[in-house]
Design a protein around this ligand. Structure first.
Ligand code: HPA
Ligand SMILES: [Zn+2]
Length: 340
C-alpha cells in the first residue's frame, strides 16, 4: 500500500453522498447490539460474519444486509450506529455527509419510525457539534415493496420532514424500475424534498432515463450502466448531473470483475460529474478513503484527478453555493500546500 497516497487522500477534504447507514454496521457492533438486545444471530464470531460477506450480486448482499439490521432495535442503537460512522469520517477529513436510511427495514419488523429517526438525527446533531461534520438525511424507499408502502412511510415521516433532506430509492433494482415510484416521488417533490434514486447499478440504462424523466431526480446513485447509451452519457454530462459511484461496492457485488475495469476514469473523461462513495462500507471492505485509494491505484489516477473527485463530492451535494465554494477552495488550498 502506498502510504504517501493514503495520507494525501485521507487529508483531502471530502463529502460522502452515497452511504447507507445500515450498511455501516460493523460486525463488532452487530455482536454488541445482539448481546445488548438479546437477539440471536446466525454467526459464532466476528470472523464468521466477515467470511459470510461473499456476494455474487446485489440480491445476495441485500439478504444478508437486511438480516444484519435485525440487531437494531431502539433509538440508542441507531444513535450508536450513526455515531460510529461519523467518528470514522472525522478521522478521514470527511466534512459533509448526506446519508441514507431504510425506515421500512425497521418499521416492517415493529420498530417505531420515531426510534429510528430520533436516534439517527441525534447522532447527526452530535456529529456536527463534536466533529464539525455537516449532514443531511435521505429517506430511502425499498423498491422491492409497493408504492403504497412508500406512501405509508412518508406519512410516518411527516412530523420529521423539516429534518429530512430528501428521498431516495434503493434495494433490488432489476424488475423494480423507477417508474413504479412515479407518484411518491412527485409527492416528495411537492413537499420540497430533494430526490435521488439508485439507477443503473444492475438495472439497464432505460432505468436511468426513467429516474431523470419520471422521478425528476437531483442525483443518480451509481449510474454505471449509462455507458451503454452514448446519448444518455452526453445528456448527463451536459446537465452536470452528479453520479455517486461506489467502487468497492461494484467489485464486491460483481458489477465489475476487476477494479482495473472500473468505469470511473472513462466517465470522468466523458465529462460526467462523478464522485466516490462507500455505499455499505461494513459489507464491502472499506470506507471513503479506501474507495478513493482503490480507484486511484487501479486506474492510475493523479492527485489532480483525486482533487476533481473531491470537488465533485461537494459540487454534487445539497449544500448551498457559498458552502460549496468554500469547500472547493479548501481543496485547492490543500493540493497547493501539499508537499511533493
Ligand atoms: O448498493 C445498494 N444498492 C441497492 N440497494 C442498496 N441498499 C443498500 N445498499 C444498496
Ligand atoms: Zn447504495
Amino acid at each position: 500500500m502506498d502510504d504517501a497516497l493514503r495520507d494525501f487522500v485521507k487529508g483531502l477534504p471530502k463529502a460522502e453522498l452515497h452511504l447507507h447507514l445500515e450498511g455501516s454496521l460493523e460486525p463488532e457492533l452487530m455482536f454488541a447490539l445482539a448481546q445488548r438486545n438479546a437477539v440471536a444471530i446466525p454467526y459464532e464470531t466476528v470472523d464468521a460474519v466477515r467470511a459470510a460477506y461473499d456476494f455474487s450480486n446485489l440480491q445476495d448482499f441485500l439478504d444478508i444486509y437486511y438480516a444484519g439490521a435485525d440487531v437494531l432495535r431502539d433509538e440508542r442503537d441507531f444513535y450508536d450506529l450513526t455515531m460510529a460512522y461519523l467518528k470514522r469520517m472525522a478521522q478521514e477529513n470527511v466534512q459533509h455527509v448526506e446519508v441514507f436510511f431504510d425506515p421500512q427495514t425497521h418499521t416492517d419488523r415493529g420498530i417505531a419510525f420515531e426510534a429510528v429517526a430520533d436516534g439517527i438525527l441525534a447522532a447527526l446533531d452530535d456529529g456536527e457539534r463534536d466533529f464539525g461534520i455537516t449532514s443531511g438525511l435521505i429517506l430511502c424507499f425499498l423498491r422491492h415493496l409497493s408504492e403504497e408502502a412508500a406512501f405509508d412511510v412518508l406519512a410516518m415521516a411527516d412530523p420529521y420532514l423539516d429534518r429530512i433532506l430528501g428521498v431516495g430509492l434503493d434495494s433490488s433494482e432489476l424488475g423494480h424500475p423507477p417508474s413504479k415510484f412515479a407518484r411518491i416521488f412527485k409527492e416528495a417533490g411537492a413537499r420540497g424534498l430533494k430526490r435521488v434514486a439508485h439507477a443503473g447499478e444492475e438495472g439497464p440504462a432505460p432505468y436511468i432515463h426513467e429516474a431523470l424523466d419520471i422521478l425528476h431526480v437531483d442525483r443518480i446513485d451509481h449510474g454505471n450502466r449509462c455507458l451503454d447509451d452514448p446519448e444518455l452519457v452526453a445528456r448527463l454530462a451536459r446537465s452536470g448531473m452528479t453520479l455517486t459511484l461506489c467502487p468497492l461496492s461494484n467489485l464486491k457485488l460483481c458489477v465489475i470483475d476487476d477494479m482495473a475495469h472500473h468505469p470511473l476514469k472513462s466517465m470522468m473523461e466523458s465529462g460526467l460529474h462523478v464522485m466516490v462513495n462507500s455505499d455499505d462500507p461494513a459489507y464491502f471492505g472499506g470506507y471513503l478513503t479506501d474507495n478513493y485509494l482503490a480507484v486511484a491505484q487501479a486506474l492510475n489516477l493523479s492527485r489532480d484527478d483525486l482533487a476533481v473527485l473531491a470537488k465533485n463530492s461537494f459540487r454534487g451535494s445539497f449544500l448551498d453555493g457559498t458552502a460549496k465554494a468554500r469547500h472547493m477552495a479548501a481543496i485547492d488550498d490543500y493540493v497547493a500546500a501539499y508537499p511533493g
